[in-house]
Design a protein around this ligand. Structure first.
Ligand code: GZL
Length: 305
């Protein structure tokens, strides 16, 4: 008799489809689009998955609601890219009580690590430190004035990058004029930079933006103010997405620290391993690199995102 697929929900066993609910942060930046693409590619039907995808428009309540709906649908596993560190304990407990394992990708949470199976992401503190070391190397001893565009308030990416940057620039004579959030978006970066330019004008020597997109938004404001980005105001950002690398190659940015968005394959491996009852590492950090203008020109043609 035929042993056709009985459509049972995946238990990670051979051949069964694994149903996964993925609660993505939103679609706020070029990095996020690259990350979403990587996740959809990895959690494809060809790889044995049935992916239920939700992008929460950069709002935590929507992201928590998406996780709750995955629990009600009885998915086999849930993946979350948690927008902020706090506020996850309850819904993670509900998933645990429903016997649905959770894997985190990208940002981290403050909830106890007993409440999720594993996390795969980046070393945000190191990214901030690498950006800070570049600023220290190029501006310490010159009484330089610096402004910061912070990422989403309360996100581990913004919190840890700020920590790393402060550590690397401690003891320098670099003067931080201001530091506000642009919420990781181009529009946010542009608006906050417009405010900085009104307030500090050409006293600003350096801009540190927690991601390329806010830096790209700031370019519009800098040029609208008649200043030359990359010269009048030097710019260091984090991500190294295509448009950021193009700005660097064009001399409008001066240094970029990469934040690798290609986390899908690792996340999918973790989900399969957890469902197969294997023990997995609690944390997996994916390596980053950094780029000067020359390196960006060299790397651009073969960059996967
Ligand atoms: C970092 C990621 C950040 C990116 C931003 O892993 O969470 O969120 O740096 C994105 O571009 O919006």
């Amino acid at each position: 008799s035929s042993t056709g697929d009985d459509g049972a929900s995946g238990d990670g066993g051979s051949g069964d489809v694994i149903t996964v609910g993925f609660a993505q942060t939103g679609s706020e930046s070029g990095w996020r689009s690259a990350n979403t693409e990587s996740m959809k590619e990895a959690f494809s039907a060809d790889n044995g998955f049935d992916l239920k995808f939700n992008a929460a428009d950069n709002k935590q309540e929507a992201q928590i609601a998406a996780v709750r709906s995955f629990i009600n649908q009885g998915v086999d596993a849930i993946v979350i890219a948690p927008i902020t560190v706090d506020g996850w304990d309850d819904v993670l407990k509900e998933a645990q009580d429903a016997g649905i394992p959770v894997v985190l990708e990208d940002r981290t949470v403050s909830a106890s690590e007993d409440l999720y199976a594993s996390w795969v992401g980046l070393d945000f503190e190191q990214e901030g430190k690498t950006a800070g070391e570049w600023v220290k190397e190029n501006f310490d001893g010159k009484g330089a004035n610096l402004v910061i565009l912070e990422g989403t308030t309360g996100s581990s990416a913004a919190l840890d990058r700020a920590t790393g940057f402060a550590e690397a620039t401690e003891g320098t004579d670099i003067n931080v004029l201001d530091s506000q959030t642009g919420d990781f978006t181009r529009d946010g970066g542009k608006k906050v930079m417009e405010g900085y330019l009104q307030k500090y004008g050409d006293d600003i020597d350096v801009l540190f933006a927690h991601n390329d997109d806010m830096g790209l938004g700031a370019l519009d404001a800098i040029e609208a103010a008649g200043l030359t980005p990359g010269k009048d105001i030097q710019i260091v950002t984090i991500d190294a997405v295509h448009d950021g690398m193009q700005a660097l190659a064009d001399g409008k940015f001066n240094f970029i620290v990469e934040c690798n968005p290609l986390l899908g394959e690792k996340a999918a491996d973790l989900v399969k391993a957890v469902l197969a009852g294997e023990t997995v590492e609690k944390k997996t950090i994916v390596p980053d690199q950094s780029f000067t203008q020359e390196q960006a020109i060299e790397a651009l043609p073969t960059r996967p995102y």
